[in-house]
Design a binder for this molecule. Structure first.
Ligand SMILES: C[S@@+](CC[C@H](N)C(=O)[O-])C[C@H]1O[C@@H](n2cnc3c(N)ncnc32)[C@H](O)[C@@H]1O
Length: 293
């Protein structure tokens, strides 16, 4: 039987040879997960049971083949809460906590104690679940199209004991938006990568579903569609809040303005990158010029 220290070094070194930059961190996470200890290397000379060794070597092999650590562990933390993840669902990112913070602040500033909120393109449900935990009186709908992601969404609402209305539907359809009215807030982290970015994905990101990543040739398709299709689902003076990719803020703000939203407020993530925008539904309908030829 092998000692913890020997096995740790062997797994870490295999990952380093496979160009995994976070080899030490990933090895530690796997050891914590399999040995069910927060600081497994406190007892480096202890032997590892055969079954645990086999599991750890298999996990290491998958990681060396480029599978994301989060899929291998099967669970990841967002906003201090556990979320089940795996093939077919986007892994919740820390950047998205900025969007959750912004929505919570909007509710507090407006004195909304029981807001009606729709989370569009909900994926794992990380935004909807984190909001419900912070705003227990809120009524929250989470809308997701993918079968696999929807499965995780339902699992995660149950795992966190949150009472959220889950809806399996296409947010780009007029009929879906038509099912909702009187919302205080629409929040969304939609797919936003461009065609060019899709051709140059990091190895781990390429394992995540294309449906969760691709936002149309210029990456902005969902912002245009949601701003226009879902405007009527909001109350007068309701708010829309989006997350977007790096350097998309000007374009998203301009889409919002063209769609009848005003007072855009941006927010930066912990790295200082402008990551989210919220805007208020204006009282007047946007005037579209029909440019059909
Ligand atoms: C960028 S991911 C965001 C997931 C989650 N909200 C988060 O922040 O981690 C976008 C999600 O939108 C879903 N999606 C893509 N097209 C959709 C559509 N037309 N209607 C509803 N959901 C859609 C994808 O399956 C994916 O789960």
């Amino acid at each position: 039987m092998v000692s913890r220290k020997e096995l740790f070094e062997s797994c870490r070194s295999d990952m380093e040879s496979a160009d995994i930059d976070t080899a030490r961190f990933d090895t530690l996470c796997m050891f914590q997960d399999v040995l069910k200890e927060t600081v497994p290397m406190l007892r480096p000379d202890e032997t590892v049971p055969d079954e645990a060794e086999e599991t750890l070597r298999n996990m290491t092999k998958r990681r060396c083949q480029g599978e994301p650590l989060q899929y291998i562990l099967g669970e990841w933390e967002f906003y201090g809460l556990p979320f089940k993840v795996g093939e077919g669902v986007l892994i919740p990112r820390p950047d998205t906590e900025t969007l959750v913070d912004q929505v919570i602040d909007i509710c507090r500033e407006r004195g909304l104690s029981s807001p009606r909120i729709a989370d569009l393109c909900s994926g794992s449900g990380c935004i909807a679940v984190a909001l419900k935990k912070q705003l227990p009186e809120a009524e929250i709908w989470a809308v997701e199209i993918s079968d696999k992601a929807y499965g995780y969404l339902c699992e995660n609402t149950a795992l966190n004991g949150t009472d959220i209305h889950t809806v399996k539907a296409d947010v780009l359809k007029k009929e879906t938006a038509g099912m909702f009215s009187g919302l205080d807030i629409i929040v969304s982290n939609p797919p936003y990568l461009t065609s060019e970015e899709m051709n140059d994905l990091q190895r781990e990101v390429a394992c995540e579903p294309g449906l969760a990543l691709f936002g149309g040739s210029d990456g902005l398709g969902f912002y245009r569609a949601i701003s226009q299709l879902w405007r009527r689902s909001l109350k007068n003076d309701g708010v829309i809040a989006f997350e977007f990719g790096m350097d998309q803020h000007d374009q998203v703000a301009s889409i919002l303005s063209d769609s009848g939203f005003s007072c855009p407020k941006i927010r930066r993530d912990t790295q200082g990158i402008i990551r989210t925008v919220s805007a208020v539904k204006s009282s007047t309908e946007p005037q579209y010029i029909d440019n059909t030829v």
